[in-house]
Design a protein around this ligand. Structure first.
Ligand SMILES: CC(=O)N[C@H]1[C@@H](OP(=O)(O)OP(=O)(O)OC[C@H]2O[C@@H](n3ccc(=O)[nH]c3=O)[C@H](O)[C@@H]2O)O[C@H](CO)[C@@H](O)[C@@H]1O
Ligand SMILES: C=C(OP(=O)(O)O)C(=O)O
Length: 426
């Protein structure tokens, strides 16, 4: 298995281009199932998850064509076309590789009248049930059956549409419900929906395809189903989690980075927390400059649905706050098992105590290099960040986690002065 080796202690300086957002791309790609016309997505990141989702869509009859972006450029242009749905079954072999596969359920039942999707199961960060996806589709008129590890949703005469109030905010369940409701026979109202920028990106793409959605970006969406959607060309939004991660890289190394393509609006609570910790953020044309002028101070953070502090940024902040002055309290309210980076950071000298859903981080003077193991995507990035700041050499194993969500990580970091390389096992 590949490893990443970092020799730390160098302040990072320069410009990092921010890629298209993984979590937006993973909900924009299944929109191709909603029309027989081509959907062209620009700024699609080159990531393992995108390839896996492409294979899943191929299995349903979607052709995927990648246009000739130069290999040195970031991002890709992909045209997806579902002339005909050739299979309504999402098999275990593909779904088990990626939880986001559940996002074909809504569009398939809306367009083809049925969908059978393997249950995605839990993952390292938590249990991650899909009950809200199923309840929402049921309220839109689908019949739901569970058997032998699969969920079957059917609506033989099309979905009638309906009203559903989510009992708790779920990004994926909102996405599935929205993608189903846009092709329903009648109107739908979805209340207490997720408001993440990726949901706004999804709705904007669907509107470009001819959907009628009101309330985009608010807690309530009014959707008037249409008979057909048409093709469109749409650019995936910049990845706010990648941008936030590199902002932490500037802060933890005491450097200065320009994050090209990052927007202040999407990064809201991440930037607030960085500023509170003593990091300077300056919006410039086309991006943000992140600089740490002096020592950082400890802060308290509690993860929450957007516009709250993103759970996908918690691990990276923990690495950064491990070297801040004073004590920080990090509370994880979204996933029950998202502190797996703690014992690994401790191997590098971090002083962290987990108490239930909270972690107390006592700032230490510095970290030292060690051999550490990545356990999930963002946990991996926290180890890379710690390695960039640590004295000596850090080796991060299981880097396939990073490949899910960070496009050409070593290349981007080397270009701003990091001493980082991938040791490939063949
Ligand atoms: C591909 C993608 O976009 N992934 C993101 C998405 O994941 P995902 O869409 O899986 O996350 P959700 O917003 O659905 O999960 C939020 C919480 O709701 C719970 N829940 C969710 C669905 C359900 O049917 N029942 C239920 O109980 C989950 O276990 C979790 O505790 O949003 C998360 C929260 O911002 C991010 O960390 C992930 O990076
Ligand atoms: C948890 C994440 O992704 P996923 O929902 O695809 O596991 C993430 O992006 O941090």
């Amino acid at each position: 298995m590949d490893q990443i080796v970092i020799r730390g202690g160098r302040p990072l300086k320069g410009r990092i281009p921010i890629s298209g957002a993984k979590n937006a791309a993973l909900t924009l790609m299944p929109c191709a199932l909603l029309t027989d016309e081509p959907l062209t997505l620009r700024n699609l990141p080159r990531l393992a998850d995108i390839d896996t989702f492409g294979h899943l869509l191929n299995n349903h009859g979607v052709s995927t064509t990648i246009e000739g972006t130069h290999p040195d450029e970031f991002g890709r242009v992909m045209t997806l076309r579902a002339n005909r749905i050739t299979s309504t079954v999402a098999p275990y072999d593909i779904v088990r590789k990626m939880r986001a596969s559940i996002l074909v359920l809504g569009p398939l039942v809306a367009r083809a009248g049925e969908a059978t999707v393997s249950l995605p199961g839990g993952c390292a960060i938590g249990n991650r049930p899909i009950d809200l996806h199923l309840k929402a589709l049921e309220h839109l008129g689908a019949e739901i059956e569970l058997a032998a590890g699969y969920v079957k949703a059917s609506a033989k005469n099309g979905l009638p549409g309906g009203r559903y109030t989510f009992p708790m905010v779920s990004v994926g369940a909102t996405e599935n419900a929205v993608m189903a409701a846009v092709l329903a026979r009648g109107p739908s109202v979805l209340e207490n929906v997720a408001r993440e920028p990726e949901i706004v990106d999804l709705c904007n793409c669907l509107v470009a395809m001819g959907a009628h959605i009101e309330g985009i970006g608010t807690e309530t969406l009014h959707i008037e189903g249409v008979r057909d959607l048409h093709g469109a060309t749409y650019a995936v939004m910049p990845d706010r989690i990648e941008a936030g991660s590199y902002a932490c890289a500037a802060a933890i190394t005491g450097g200065e980075l320009e994050l090209v393509g990052a927007t202040e609006a999407d990064l809201g609570s991440t930037l607030e927390a960085l500023r509170e910790a003593g990091v300077e953020i300056t919006p410039v044309k086309g991006g943000l400059i992140v600089k740490r002028p002096g020592a950082m101070r400890g802060i308290d953070i509690s993860t929450a649905p957007y516009p709250g502090f993103a759970t996908d940024m918690q691990a990276q902040f923990m690495a950064m706050l491990a070297v801040a002055e004073g004590t920080s309290l990090l509370t994880e309210t979204i996933f029950e098992n998202r502190f797996m980076h703690v014992p690994e950071l401790a191997r590098m000298g971090a002083d962290v105590t987990v108490r239930g859903r909270s972690a107390v981080v006592r700032g230490v003077g510095g970290l030292h290099g060690a051999q550490v193991m990545a356990t999930d995507l963002r946990a991996s990035m926290s180890l890379v960040l710690a390695g960039l700041a640590a004295s000596g050499e850090t080796t991060v194993s299981r880097v396939y986690h990073l490949d899910r969500g960070y496009e050409r990580l070593e290349e981007k970091l080397s270009a701003v002065g990091a001493d980082i390389e991938r040791i490939s096992d063949g």
